[in-house]
Design a binder for this molecule. Structure first.
Ligand SMILES: C[S@@+](CC[C@H](N)C(=O)[O-])C[C@H]1O[C@@H](n2cnc3c(N)ncnc32)[C@H](O)[C@@H]1O
Length: 268
């Protein structure tokens, strides 16, 4: 059987936000679903993986996701006293790393829609020395419950793929940022080397779901992860979306042959 893999430009365009909005549909991996059901699909997905989320990330990435996240926070160049929003913050890896540079007067708010992911994060953060700098708020990235211009920086790590209308999620991040505030997006992408991509595809389609079944009790959840990465915007397309919603000076940083990308953008 021929395996469906990376969408080409035409495939990605046909799934563009505007196109999907007009048809009131959305995608969950390769599957087309009604737009208003996507949040529920995503909630169920993270309910399934929440308890083993951190362990699975570390196993599946051989620990490399920690380096990517460290890199992302370093690139943000946070300052003491900064207020930082961690959209789709989940179990708080990025927030924990940001809690150091923001200092004792700074705050990092983890903003996530999923209760089970937040609970896993609360438990993890509670044992850390900088825990009083990290707060949790449950909510949808498309409607951030903070006033305009409240944050110095905003970030989203491996989350924007899950938001039904990615542009609306970015718009909200822009709205709550102060003028000149920084926005960082860390997200999976497509490896640039064909050989590396071939190996990565074999690993993603045939090994990751098996590990997912054994450790987290769900091969489907990890097949979904694999699919959602292969249908996501390319780096230049993501840059175009960021500019379209009003960010300026967007820079792209490639990680591990393009498996992941950091986009850093400024408000206004
Ligand atoms: C892959 S996890 C990333 C967690 C964390 N940022 C990290 O890097 O490990 C994606 C997170 O996005 C959250 N999420 C998905 N859709 C969301 C939405 N519409 N609003 C807020 N959070 C959402 C999920 O609940 C999940 O915790």
């Amino acid at each position: 059987m021929k395996q469906k893999k990376w969408l080409d430009e035409y495939g990605r365009q046909s799934r563009s936000e505007d196109d999907q909005r007009s048809k009131k549909t959305a995608y969950f991996g390769y599957r087309k679903i009604p737009e208003d059901e996507k949040t529920q699909w995503v909630l169920r997905h993270f309910n399934t993986v929440a308890k083993r989320y951190d362990l699975m990330n570390t196993l599946l990435s051989f620990g490399i996701h920690h380096l990517w996240k460290r890199n992302a926070i370093r690139i943000m160049n946070l300052n003491p006293g900064d207020r930082v929003l961690d959209v789709c913050g989940g179990t708080g890896d990025l927030a924990i790393l940001a809690a150091g540079p923001v200092g004792r007067n700074g705050r990092v708010i983890i903003y996530d829609i999923n209760r089970a992911m937040i609970e896993a994060g609360v438990h993890k953060v509670a044992h850390l020395p900088l825990n009083e700098r990290i707060w949790f708020v449950q909510g949808d990235a498309e409607h951030v419950s903070f006033p305009d211009g409240y944050f110095d920086a905003a970030m989203v790590g491996f989350g924007i793929r899950n938001v039904t209308h990615m542009d609306q999620g970015f718009k909200e991040m822009g709205r709550v940022l102060k003028p000149g505030g920084k926005m960082m997006c860390l997200e999976f992408s497509k490896p640039t080397s064909p050989l590396f991509r071939w190996l990565y595809d074999i690993y993603s389609f045939h090994v990751m779901p098996v590990i997912g079944e054994v450790i987290a009790g769900s091969s489907k959840a990890y097949l979904h992860l694999t699919e959602s990465i292969r249908t996501f915007a390319m780096p230049n397309e993501l840059t175009a979306v960021l500019k379209q919603v009003g960010f300026s000076t967007v820079t792209e940083h490639k990680l591990t042959n393009g498996i992941a990308m950091i986009h850093l953008a400024l408000k206004g």
